[in-house]
Ligand binder design. Sequence first.
Ligand SMILES: [Zn+2]
Length: 163
Amino acid sequence: MAVREQGDELLFMDWTLNVPYRWAAGIYVGRFLKGLRDEEKIYANDCPNCGRYLLPPRVVCGRCHVRMGDDYTEVGPQGTVLAFAVCEQSFIDPSTGLPRQVPYSSASILMDGAPVTFTHFLEECDPERLSVGMRVEAVFKAPNQRDGLVTDILHFKTVKEGN
Ligand SMILES: [Zn+2]
């Protein structure tokens, strides 16, 4: 094994991988994605044993290890911010393969309609205008621009008081 000596030149190769792939969303996540794309609705499901909700819906409750219910509960489109972060560092967005523009903000949102949280981007990126407890609402892409992805929700916008 060669040992790199200090001062040795490091060589780099620029190489872009092209590895397209598809995966089956399954019945439960598929229902969630169809709800976003076709109905502009957000669905969660609940565990028949412990009663907790999962969003996106899952097949099995990770706590009880029992099959989740087949009924879906519509939540949102509004919710309450439980925690948020404003990010200044870009990353490669896995859904586009392109760098995410900064700043951007994301939040854990307690959705109306069921005790379940959903993590997504916020429209507002100014930390002075963000707070725990603020109300937000999902903003969907136009119907003809939706792909059946979680990004069919562009972001959550701030709900102004009194609206
Ligand atoms: Zn459970």
